[in-house]
Design a protein around this ligand. Structure first.
Ligand SMILES: [Zn+2]
Ligand SMILES: [Zn+2]
Length: 192
C-alpha cells in the first residue's frame, strides 16, 4: 500500500498551529546531521515514506524564530553542540508563538506511551542561529519519516487507526535563513 497520499494530506498534530505547505524533500548539502541521540550512526537513516512541509503562521508570514535549547552533549567521543526541544516558533511578522515539537508528546514513542529518550530542556533556552548571520528569522521546514507505516495503514488497531500521521519515527527541522537564504539543519530526532 502506498502510504504517501494519506500522509501528504494529513500533517501531524504537532504542526496544527501552522498552515502547512507540502514541499519536495529538501536536501542539506555538506551538512553533518546534528543528532540528539549519542548512539546514532549515519547508516541508521531510513529509506521510508517521508513528508516535508513549509510552515506558515496563520497571519501569512513564513518567517519565524525557532526556539529551543542550546546544549552541548558530552556523551559521545567528542562534545557535540545540539539544539534540543521542546521547540516553538515565534512569527517574525506578528509575534505569535506556536508549539512545533515536543518529544514528550510527539512522535511514535510518545504517542504510544513508550516514553521520551531524547535530550529535552537541557542547556540554555534560545533561538536557532544561522551559522553565518547569527540570530535571524528563517523559513522553517519540517520533515517526518515513517518506517513501517504501510503495515500500520494495512492493519490498523485501536491505538493507531487514524493517527498514522502522528506516528513518525524520525523528524528533522530545517531553516532557510531570511538573510543569506542558506538552508541549514536545525535539529533532528529519532522517535521510535
Ligand atoms: Zn504571524
Ligand atoms: Zn544566514
Amino acid at each position: 500500500m502506498d502510504a504517501l497520499p494519506y500522509l501528504q494530506s494529513h500533517p501531524p498534530r504537532c504542526v496544527a498551529g501552522f498552515n502547512c505547505q507540502l514541499i519536495d524533500l529538501p536536501e542539506f548539502p555538506g551538512d553533518v546531521r546534528n543528532h540528539c541521540d549519542p548512539g546514532f550512526e549515519f547508516e541508521d537513516y531510513p529509506t521510508c515514506p517521508e513528508t516535508a512541509y513549509r510552515l506558515l503562521c496563520p497571519c501569512g508570514s513564513s518567517l519565524h524564530y525557532i526556539h529551543g535549547y542550546h546544549f552541548t552533549s558530552t556523551e559521545g567521543k567528542a562534545p557535540v553542540d545540539l539544539f534540543v526541544g521542546p521547540h516553538f516558533l515565534e512569527c517574525a511578522a506578528c509575534g505569535k508563538q506556536a508549539e512545533l515539537l515536543d518529544l514528550e508528546k510527539h512522535g511514535y514513542d510518545a504517542e504510544l506511551g513508550h516514553g521520551c529518550y531524547s535530550f529535552r530542556s537541557c542547556g540554555t533556552a534560545g533561538v536557532f542561529e544561522c551559522q553565518t548571520c547569527g540570530r535571524q528569522p528563517s523559513e522553517t521546514l519540517i520533515i517526518f519519516s515513517y518506517s513501517g507505516v504501510e503495515d500500520l495503514l494495512a492493519s490498523p488497531d485501536e491505538k493507531t487507526a487514524g493517527r498514522e500521521q502522528d506516528l513518525f519515527d524520525w523528524v528533522t527541522v530545517g531553516a532557510t535563513c531570511a538573510k543569506c537564504s542558506k538552508l541549514q539543519r536545525v535539529t533532528d530526532y529519532e522517535c521510535a
